[in-house]
Design a protein around this ligand. Structure first.
Ligand SMILES: [Ca+2]
Ligand SMILES: [Ca+2]
Ligand SMILES: [Ca+2]
Length: 160
């Protein structure tokens, strides 16, 4: 009976540990869930999809005047212009999401969360001319790059 109690306790703690590491990987490493995005979601349906990439490509080619909100959603590399580069970045993020390899926080797009990601996003937030992936950088998906995004990425860096 004593042994069985120990076994149950061990099994329980394994489950707890398993859940904890799962929770950790959800914040740190797991693929970005495709919902609630601001950056990249130019169709405003809450998801980043091939349709968004296509729409941005059409805008880039047509030189159409965009509203401030459209432009902000579309300019995912943060260079102040809506070009085919943004469309490709959106499409890349979408395909990575389908493959389960899209990473929130991966601002420099090297497939890993690291020091460079938070440093780059921090410089961007301070107004420096940084090439970023704003879809990945806006970790809390509120359409702004602010301290909570930077802090989340910093925390992910420590976890890695
Ligand atoms: Ca969309
Ligand atoms: Ca751009
Ligand atoms: Ca944000």
């Amino acid at each position: 009976m004593k042994n069985q109690g120990k076994k149950i306790a061990a099994a329980l703690s394994a489950i707890v540990l398993g859940t904890m590491s799962l929770a950790g990987s959800v914040t740190a490493n797991a693929a970005a869930r495709n919902e609630g995005f601001y950056y990249g979601d130019v169709t405003k349906d809450g998801v980043v999809s091939a349709e968004d990439a296509q729409t941005v490509l059409n805008w880039a080619n047509s030189k159409k005047k965009l509203t401030a909100d459209q432009k902000k959603r579309a300019d995912v590399n943060g260079d102040g212009k809506v070009t085919s580069d943004d469309a490709f970045m959106i499409f890349d993020f979408y395909t990575n999401m389908l493959a389960g390899t899209a990473l929130l926080g991966d601002v420099d797009g090297n497939g890993k969360i690291g020091y460079v990601d938070w440093f780059t996003l921090d410089s961007y937030m301070r107004g420096y001319d940084e090439e970023v992936n704003l879809i990945a950088g806006d970790v809390n998906k509120d359409g702004k790059i602010t301290m909570p995004d930077i802090s989340s990425i910093w925390a992910m860096t420590l976890n890695n």
